[in-house]
Design a protein around this ligand. Structure first.
Ligand code: GLN
Ligand code: ZN
Length: 759
């Protein structure tokens, strides 16, 4: 039978019920019993919702209290020794200790799940890591699903991907050496699932879509040859990119089926379809699990129908990947413009699309004529709607001169001119942009929304906040000030709210990690800037002080990366449209007398494609977008950028090609380790290596910061060295911020006298 299935479904709930339940539990306002009950309720609701929409096989095991990789670690008993665990059951307490840390132990490291904005907890491996089934949650869920009379497909993270995503915590050993041991436990798990009557198990192996090293590829066949014989039917799920180069290996595995992501990599189908083995099903992901657009059913059927002609009931239909990367239900969005809404599908709507596609295959297109007509109408209106297509934006891009992405002079000349203009001391001190977002600011924003505060009263509140921030910075003796970003709830949402082409949702939450959810804007149409976005605030801040105030903008790549982006034109083109809007803002700031402008690009690196061979093309257009945004200024205007991660080594040429006058980066946590790469590369412009970690409330001493700065001085010439924290300070409180910045300014001053300069 041709089957409609999903690879995974949002677990946070329609109204973020999981978030509220978790936070109540952590704060001791609810006990474990209540948390477990909420989990059970959510799981049942998710299953019923999928079943009601026509999904034949619902996923079980895709639920997680915090993160599905951590849940896999719990299931496999892969608990690092430092958590002092004795073998046996991993309960909520130990689970959350690994997720969030304890008084004695930092949590597991967190990192991005492939190229998504979801974060997983990195398994820690040592040569002595042992595995044994250590959690009953999965079996409880299976029992729940069976008791509800459902037809469940168990979802597990596959062994290769699980190992691949982990980290070696001991030198001179490869985690791949743990594979045999790991497989023993996986096999036991699969045997137990079979004994409980489970027919299908989906093994998620998204790592297969990366540029896997040969030693990893070589173990694929071995792994599944060991697992398959005593297991339920295994479906290997790949997603996020093509696995065409593994087609040979994958089709000869002793498993019952494969899943391919045809949204990210439609052309890989060819590599599989010819001679696809008769003993396997093929699941095709044609509904985009990573984005919010309504599926173009004609296009999807164009992929499915030829495959169905060959495979018949061995063809399954699915979203491209788990739906956890989508908001839950478009039905919750009552405030969205109806035309825009007609173009969208959130997770719940995607279920119906999968079901309709299956029906079209089984019963013919005639059976779903209405759905096809609606899909066509949406495609037509997206192709022509003036809401999306703005000829003025296209004209502006077309008339952009070829040199629009280059500053008039080279860095050395600019930096000299800027030095003469600003007369800053050696080792100038500054911050990254935001100051503490106090509860009062958040309340003012809420009050503005509800109408309890008038627009003008709100603006006065923000001005007061800016005044305080400027006064405090002057008192601290910082050299380059910021306005503090009090008017911004979020560095992306704020600009999305100001720009044409973006929409904000009321309830479009997506899990980022644990109970943390984000609400990415929807970038649906040509981007333009109807009016200045930040000038009023920055100009006000500058009017309060004789010191330079840095204008503060979010860059085009980050605005793109942290939004749901239109899929009807290349991302590179959309990035350029945003760049043009930011460029206009930069010009307006310059005209308003602002001499320094920072364009943040914290998401620059995470835009990198999964496959290396696609890196150069991305880096080329992303860097160009930044330069288009930043280059239309005089030599004497200083452009800053900020990035907050610590892996630069492999993209340094691209970072240098941004040609920002000053870059501020995260370095304190690695003890300036990262700077070596900058030095070896001979990074040509000025750098502000973060001298203190803003992620912790700890106030670093002057001596500590001087030590870090001395390390920096060893590789960066004094004239090009800036002094600043690692990142923005919005999550911190004022007392710790003032104490830390006081020490930071003192460190810079002490260093100046040490270097024989004026303090
Ligand atoms: N300017 C922003 C801030 O200070 C930068 C935030 C970021 O790098 N993520 O908050
Ligand atoms: Zn940052």
């Amino acid at each position: 039978m041709t089957i409609a299935h999903t690879l995974g479904y949002p677990r946070i709930g329609h109204r973020r019920e999981l978030k509220w339940a978790l936070e109540a539990y952590w704060q001791g306002e609810a006990d474990a019993f209540e948390l477990l009950a909420t989990g059970r309720r959510l799981r049942e609701q998710r299953w019923r919702e999928q079943q009601a929409a026509g999904i034949d096989l619902v996923p079980v095991g895709d639920f997680a209290w915090y993160d599905h990789v951590l849940t896999m670690s719990a299931l496999l008993g892969a608990v690092p020794e430092r958590f002092g665990a004795v073998a046996g059951d991993v309960g909520l307490e130990l689970y959350f200790a690994m997720a969030r840390g304890t008084a004695q132990q930092p949590p597991l490291e967190m990192t991005k799940w492939f190229d998504t904005n979801y974060h997983y907890l990195v398994p820690e491996f040592t040569p002595t890591t042992r595995f044994s089934l250590s959690s009953s949650w999965l079996f409880d869920e299976v029992a729940e699903a069976l008791a509800l009379g459902l037809n469940p497909k168990v979802v597990l993270l596959g062994p290769l991907t699980y190992l691949y995503l982990g980290k070696e915590k001991a030198p001179g050993f490869s985690r791949l050496s743990l594979l045999p041991r790991l497989l023993v436990t996986y096999r036991e798990l699969l045997v137990q699932l079979k004994a409980r009557g489970i027919d299908w198990v989906q093994m998620d192996e998204p790592a297969l879509a990366l540029d896997l090293g040969g030693e990893w590829r070589a173990r694929l066949a071995e792994a599944y040859r060991i697992l398959a014989p005593e297991a339920p039917k295994l479906l290997i799920a790949t997603y996020f990119d093509s696995v065409a180069d593994l087609a040979q290996e994958l089709t000869s595995l002793p498993v019952a089926g494969l899943h391919l992501d045809l949204v990210r990599a439609p052309s890989q189908l060819e590599a599989f379809l010819d001679g696809y083995p008769a003993d396997k099903i093929l699941s095709l992901g044609v509904v985009d699990g990573r984005n919010v657009w309504r599926c173009d059913l004609d296009r999807a059927l164009g992929l499915l129908e030829p495959a169905h002609a060959r495979l018949k009931e061995r063809l399954w239909v699915a979203p491209s990947c788990s739906l956890i990367h989508c908001p839950v239900d478009l039905g919750e969005e009552t405030g969205l413009d109806p035309e825009l809404k007609s173009w969208l599908a959130f997770a719940r709507q995607k279920l119906e699309e999968v079901a309709v596609l299956k029906r079209a295959l089984v019963e013919g297109r005639g059976a779903v004529a209405e759905a096809l007509a609606a899909s066509r109408a949406a495609a037509r209106s997206r192709a022509t709607s003036p809401r999306i297509h703005d000829p003025a934006v296209k004209a502006a891009l077309a008339s952009l001169p070829a040199h629009a992405d280059r500053r008039a002079s080279a860095f050395a000349a600019r930096y000299g001119a800027q030095a003469r203009r600003f007369k800053l001391p050696l080792f100038p001190t500054t911050t990254i942009g935001s100051f503490p977002q106090t509860p009062e600011i958040r309340k003012a924003r809420r009050d503005l929304k509800t109408g309890a505060l008038s627009e003008e009263a709100y603006r006065e509140r923000i001005r007061a906040e800016i005044r305080t921030a400027v006064e405090r910075q002057e008192a601290l003796g910082l050299d380059v000030l910021v306005h503090g970003e009090a008017e911004r709830n979020d560095m992306v949402e704020y600009f999305a709210g100001e720009l044409q082409g973006f929409a904000l949702t009321a309830n479009g939450w997506v899990q980022s990690y644990g109970s943390r959810c984000v609400k990415p804007p929807i970038l649906y149409g040509d981007v333009a800037r109807p009016c200045p976005m930040t000038v009023e605030w920055i100009r006000y801040a500058q009017s309060l002080t004789g010191k330079p105030v840095k204008g503060m903008l979010t860059g085009p790549v980050t605005l793109l990366q942290w939004s749901f982006v239109r899929d009807d034109q290349p991302r590179s083109e959309t990035a350029l449209q945003i760049a043009l809007a930011i460029r206009q803002e930069v010009q307006d700031l310059e005209r308003a007398g602002i001499g320094m402008i920072q364009i943040d690009e914290p998401a620059f690196r995470e835009g990198l494609p999964l496959k290396r061979r696609q890196w150069p093309a991305y880096l080329e257009w992303a860097a160009r977008a930044f330069r288009v945004a930043s280059s239309a200024v005089a030599d004497t205007t200083q452009i800053h950028t900020h990035m907050c991660y610590s892996e630069f080594n492999d993209i340094l040429p691209a970072i240098a090609s941004l040609d920002a006058d000053v870059i501020t980066i995260e370095t304190s946590r690695s003890g300036m380790e990262l700077l070596r790469a900058f030095a070896e590369f001979r990074y040509p412009n000025a750098i502000g290596p973060g001298v203190y970690d803003i992620h912790s409330p700890r106030v670093p001493t002057q001596e500590e910061m001087m030590e870090l700065l001395e390390k920096a001085r060893a590789v960066i010439p004094d004239e090009r060295l800036w002094v600043n924290p690692d990142c923005g300070l919005k999550t911190r409180g004022w007392p710790e911020v003032e104490a830390a910045l006081r020490n930071m300014v003192a460190a810079a001053k002490a260093l100046r006298s040490r270097a024989g300069a004026e303090p």
